[in-house]
Design a protein around this ligand. Structure first.
Ligand SMILES: *Cc1c(COP(=O)(O)O)cnc(C)c1O
Length: 235
């Protein structure tokens, strides 16, 4: 079932790329495996999936420890500064950087461990109260600030669009994030590339791909609904 879902999502992404005149390898799928048991990740790994997304530090490191080392782990959830040290040398990319203070902590720990951490700046394009992320107007300045820190490479932008019934309602926000990344790219800031756009989830990844997503983050569409009823406190 997982493999079938995974293949179906890949196919939809390829189709959306084609529709938008993009190369299909330009939009990649991250399997969002939060709350899901290791055996499910193993099944997808055996099927060829190498990109997994987690939103809790402890869950990410536990899975990291027991799964193959060629997996690219994407930290997609809100990250507390005191947890940064546990993941800087384990993650492929941190999608959720939303302050200079967090970036400074990532930089400090990256230098200690002698790694360069790829990060995305999280933008709250729709301006939702309940969400983390910068406003569109604040983003360029933060990118510029982070670009001066050693041990960090800014690769692009990420957004979590509102939950909507009709994915078309989110097209405006994906377009806005793409435009913002183009505007920032034009500034030619040293040490900053705007090659990555992380946007689109189960409900709206097709629209996001049409609008230029280079990563879509899909959980439910691959693994089914998440069950939080037995959630342990593992933030
Ligand atoms: C959980 C999560 C997703 C995946 O959501 P689905 O709707 O299950 O596809 C994507 N991005 C982030 C940041 C998430 O926390």
């Amino acid at each position: 079932m997982l493999r079938k879902n995974y293949d179906m999502v890949c196919e939809q992404i390829a189709r959306a790329c084609e529709k938008a005149g993009r190369e299909k390898q330009d939009a990649k799928l991250i399997a969002v495996s939060k709350t899901k048991p290791v055996f499910m990740l193993e099944e997808l790994y055996a099927h060829g999936c190498r990109d997994f997304g987690e939103n809790k530090v402890q869950e990410l490191t536990e899975k990291y420890d027991v799964l193959p080392k060629d997996i690219r782990w994407h930290m997609i959830g809100h990250l507390q500064r005191n947890k940064v040290k546990y993941i800087v040398d384990k993650v492929y990319m941190i999608h959720s950087v939303d302050s200079l203070r967090l970036a400074e902590e990532i930089s400090k720990e990256a230098i200690k461990k002698n790694v360069t951490v790829q990060i995305l700046v999280e933008v709250n394009v729709a301006g939702e109260e309940s969400k983390f992320g910068l406003t569109v107007d604040e983003t360029a300045e933060l990118v510029e600030g982070i670009s001066k820190l050693p041990g960090i490479a800014v690769k692009g932008l990420m957004t979590i669009a509102p939950y909507v019934e009709n994915a078309e309602e989110n097209r405006q926000y994906f377009r806005k994030l793409k435009q913002l990344s183009v505007d920032i790219m034009r500034k030619n800031i040293d040490n900053v590339s705007m090659s990555v756009l992380s946007m689109g989830m189960s409900g709206d990844y097709i629209v996001a791909t049409e609008e230029g997503a280079t990563y879509v983050r899909v959980g439910t569409g691959i693994f089914g609904e998440r069950d939080y009823s037995q959630k342990k406190d593992n933030v």
